[in-house]
Write a protein that binds this ligand. Structure first.
Ligand SMILES: [Zn+2]
Ligand SMILES: [Zn+2]
Length: 146
């Protein structure tokens, strides 16, 4: 079962009605392959697939999908908001390139804290690493900076 089918099933299970607009947004996000997108990115791709939607409609639908926990908000590059599909029971983190802005997902989670000992129940955490991607490193090598 691919991710998209799984998502549709999950929505049906929750008795969630998917409007055409929301479906298009989810399609755009699922085709990005774990790469978070800004509302602007989503809007641009959505209007390509289904012209005539305005930014505030897309934004409102993003908010609804967020509330339903179908998509997740990630803050990257300081405080810019990016969105991606929520993953049931698992999660990933991001590597952010300071050179070209490229974002890649990593399955690795560094969280290894004995919360029980602290009497604390974690519900959410963030972890992003900023640096330079392979392309940017290679480019610098080529022009002799690396
Ligand atoms: Zn880069
Ligand atoms: Zn984690």
């Amino acid at each position: 079962m691919d991710k998209r089918q799984g998502l549709k099933q999950e929505l049906r299970k929750r008795g969630y009605k998917l409007t055409r607009q929301r479906k298009t947004i989810l399609e755009v996000l699922s085709s990005s392959g774990n790469i978070p997108m800004t509302a602007r990115d989503i809007f641009e791709r959505v209007t390509r697939l289904s012209p005539g939607m305005n930014f505030s409609t897309v934004y409102r639908n993003i908010e609804i999908l967020l509330q339903e926990n179908i998509i997740t908000r990630v803050e990257l590059h300081g405080d810019a908001a990016y969105y991606e599909l929520s993953e049931d029971g698992k999660h990933h983190h991001h590597l952010v390139c300071k050179g070209c802005g490229n974002i890649q997902a990593i399955e690795y989670c560094p969280l290894n804290i004995p919360f029980e000992k602290e009497g604390f129940i974690p519900v959410d955490h963030r972890f992003e690493v900023y640096g330079y991607c392979r392309n940017c490193v290679d480019e610098n090598k080529q022009i002799g900076l690396g």
